[in-house]
Design a protein around this ligand. Structure first.
Ligand code: ADP
Length: 398
């Protein structure tokens, strides 16, 4: 089955056309600057990347451009759009009502709409993408795969904030968690790859990318995760602060004359390793290079990042009263051997031993722990598009 996987941001749209039988990508690309001017980058597998500038006032024109590219006589990969059998959409926020992926109908659209409050940047864009696909490919099944859904199995003791109940009851203020598609995919792959018993397993997934989060997965179900009401909570990230004393907001606002909105922009866009490295970079490749050249701030950024990851892993070992496996994924988790080494150095008390020779590997599934390590450690590349494709096929063939 050909599945079009769509991931809409406010001014961008990423897509992949995946053959679900072979799980191979036929074509992929992205539309950028939607609502500004418009640019499509399209690449058929094995072919050249093509860039087309064309007006994209809304997501509808962007999707139309993608569909045109897919059936283009020269570089298209389909004869006709009839060959697209289903569309899978990444949706950020499903609130508390959505606990799994869903075939999109009026009720699902209503829930995504209701959750715009909780995901103000992404949910409206996700809805635009869904509506555009429904308009341009009428009758095709659309499936929504939610970033929050996998975390809905968390117990109240993990997801409630210790603030007045009114905020929870009236405004649904609680921990939701994000990157759920990745945590779900990688935890399943971990169980399979390491031959664990799915119904009797304790796994910690460290999804370390520009956005980063950790989850504790017991018997295949999420019991805790580091991101919160929004993706700002938890780990230090590329440009997000992660956990901090909320009183910092008022303190700095007063000193600098900022309002809360400006402060949140800074905590999301100008903090994290970017800030700790004195605005050098949010990219670990740059930070490592600078550290090697003696830049102390870059070294601090990498140290602080790794320390926070290790602390979260430690707390999730406590949350599950044990751990069978820890898996690294995401751009940093899959590639940055230095970060993996630094994190694992903190976890020696668990009897974890890293196989140094393995740690230079990248971009594939591999086991990072030695044979006598008490806890298995793996690196498993995430593949959110493939996860969305699999979920879509499962729902539309039910
Ligand atoms: P996101 O999906 O959140 O945008 P990714 O999971 O793609 O992020 O991760 C991107 C990050 O991965 C980069 O910012 C960089 O810090 C890190 N990264 C990618 N490749 C390498 C590498 N070879 N060595 C170290 N870090 C890397």
């Amino acid at each position: 089955m050909n599945v079009l996987v769509v991931n809409c941001g406010s001014s961008s749209l990423k897509f992949q056309l995946i053959n679900s039988d072979t799980e191979e990508v036929a074509a992929k690309g992205l539309c950028e600057r939607i609502g500004i001017d418009g640019r499509l980058v399209y690449q058929p597998t094995g072919g050249e990347k093509e860039v087309t500038e064309a007006p994209m006032p809304t997501h509808t024109e962007a999707i139309q451009m993608v569909l045109d590219a897919l059936v283009n006589e020269k570089t298209g990969v389909l004869k006709s759009l009839d060959e697209v059998e289903a569309i899978g959409h990444r949706v950020l926020h499903g609130g508390s009502k959505i606990t799994e992926s869903r075939v999109i109908n009026d009720e699902v659209i209503e829930v995504i709409d209701e959750c715009c409050d909780l995901g103000p940047l992404h949910n409206p864009a996700n809805l635009m993408g869904i509506r555009a696909c429904m308009k341009l490919m009428p009758g095709k099944p659309n499936v929504a795969v939610f970033d929050t859904a996998f975390h809905q199995t968390m117990p109240p003791k993990a997801y409630r904030y210790a603030i007045p109940t009114k905020f929870y009851k009236d405004y649904a203020v609680r921990k939701y968690g994000f990157h759920g598609t990745s945590h779900s995919f990688v935890s399943k792959e971990t169980i399979k790859y390491l031959g664990l018993d799915a119904d009797n397993s304790k796994v910690i997934i460290a999804h370390l990318g520009n956005g980063a989060s950790i989850s504790a997965v017991q018997n295949g179900k999420c019991v805790d995760t580091s991101m919160g009401l929004t993706p700002l909570e938890g780990l230090i990230m590329g440009t997000r602060s992660g956990d901090l004393d909320p009183a910092v907001l008022e303190f700095v606002c007063k000193k600098e004359g900022f309002d809360v909105k400006e402060m949140l922009r800074i905590l999301n866009k100008e903090s994290g390793v970017y800030a700790l490295s004195d605005n050098l970079s949010s990219d670990f490749r740059d930070l490592e290079e600078a550290m090697d050249n003696g830049n102390e701030a870059a070294g601090l950024a990498i140290d602080a990042f790794s320390y926070r990851v290790a602390k979260y892993i430690g707390s999730y070992v406590a949350a599950m009263n044990g751990v069978d496996a820890i898996t690294f994924t995401g751009g940093i988790g899959e590639n940055a051997g230095l970060v993996r080494k630094k994190v694992l150095e903190y976890l020696g008390y668990l009897g974890i031993k890293m196989d140094e020779a393995q740690n230079s590997k990248r971009g594939e599934n591999f086991i990072l722990s030695t044979a006598d390590s008490k806890v298995k450690v793996a690196v498993i590349p995430t593949n959110e598009e493939l996860a969305i494709c699999r979920e879509t096929v499962e729902l539309v063939t039910k």
